[in-house]
Write a protein that binds this ligand. Sequence first.
Ligand code: GLC
Length: 558
Amino acid sequence: MTTNAQTVTETERTWWKEAVVYQMYPRSFADSDGDGVGDIRGIIDHLDYVASLGVDVIWLNPVYESPQHDNGYDISDYRAIHEEYGTMADWEALLDEIHARDMKLIMDLVVNHTSTDHEWFQRSRERDPEYDDYYIWREGEDGGPPNNWESFFGGSAWEYDDERGEYYLHLYDTSQPDLNWRNPAVRQDVFDTIDWWLQKGIDGFRMDVINLLSKVEGLPDGDPESEWVGSEHFIDGPEMMGYLEALDEQVLSNYDVMTVGEMPQLTVEMAREYAGEDGPLDMAFHFQHTKLDYGGDERWAVGEWELSELSEITRRWQQGLAGDSWNAVYWENHDQPRVVSRYGDPDEYRAESAKLLGTYILTLGGTPYVYQGQELGMTNAEWASVDDLRDVDAINHARELLEDGADSYEEIRDVVGYRTRDNARTPMQWDDSVNAGFTDGDPWIQVNGNYERVNVAAQAASDSVLNYYRDLVALRNDHDALVYGDYEEVARDDEAVCAYTRTLDSERLFVVLNFSDSEIPVDIPEVDGGTLLLSNYDEETRAAATLAPYEARVYTLA
Ligand code: GLC
């Protein structure tokens, strides 16, 4: 249950609890030099836009040196900037420009694995004694890999390396070998790297698949039926908490920074340990609400989703982390298809449903994260040919589905096209000029076909999705109850409408959201005498006793 609403004292106020985070995918944000790839100078050119949203923190996806097999999640040098993105001097200018606008910068930390191009891996495969044990090398078994673990991107998690004559573990792409965290030298090298970035003045980290660092001794076979074979032996492993506690104690606690862990299969119970009052991290991303539209447990199948299930997940996390732990709230990131195309209506009610979905995450407890383009109501794109895909995950899966008997791409196009991470990675839509104003060159990935309609320049009007997001951020800044208040659900198990209150002291806000494309009568005794603070419809509609399709309203109650 929630605790009793209390006043927030000045000492309890925490900047990262009050912050709204904007996530930027550098490859797709803005290209300043016409090579078709977004870059740091492009970001600097658009910082006034980001500041105009009212957000406080920017999370920048990886910009480190990388062969880009997984768009920067395969790092070959942790202390260098990827050439296509610019130089270290550009990055330093970016940090200064962000700080000059009173915003903060958190960087992506990818230390479960490196790239096979990383010097550590090169020396490890040569059995250089210093690096021999930096990765997880094993002999094969019975002419095959050492165990049955699977890569998240499909196929075995093991790759045979001719040079070393052994298999190495890669929980993601073959180009992303897992570091051996049991080796103290690896931990020290990683801690030093983290400290090096913190000394440069950044404000924290988003930590990539950070609950995967500890693998169970002996690397036993996993349950062959499980969703990700082997995961019971490498998610939240035995040393996990110890590694993060050491990181916190030795490095993080020396700085006033925020940390958010990305944690596959995270439960409320584990989140309380990782991000409770004494936990090593500030908050963590879970994935439960991003799986509602899976077909069964299957990621590469599309199923119907239900609002009651979403509400149940929200209730579990909002109430489960009330008190001394903190939520990270999001719909989109660079790995998720566009939310309007999943839980909204991208055709008839694109703008309305985008605003409704925005209302949800910006009125819940926890720190909200908004992904670039979400504030415009960007949608999934069409993926007409397998050649249009850039996402290593989608390409691998398309190949697998074809090998497993699909006749042609046509047959798997709907599911691959719906789920591919490329949906989030199409260029940011700035205006209706060629390539949406993203680049003068050939974009590295196709631009969404709707860019002439959906773009920043076209959303100058006060009733645009963009300006509604600005209003939402402002609303959150104006009402402590939206940040620190208790969450209480009002309507339960409804398949169309969800409603909840956020209460702090004498202030009680009431949020009601119609997730359907039908008109729904509102019978809300709570709002009698309350004042409407925000709605995504015009004045006449918002005053009616009926909720319009995808209508969202936020009231303050007397
Ligand atoms: C995380 C990243 C994703 C990446 C994977 C491997 O899930 O968000 O983009 O592919 O980790 O690093």
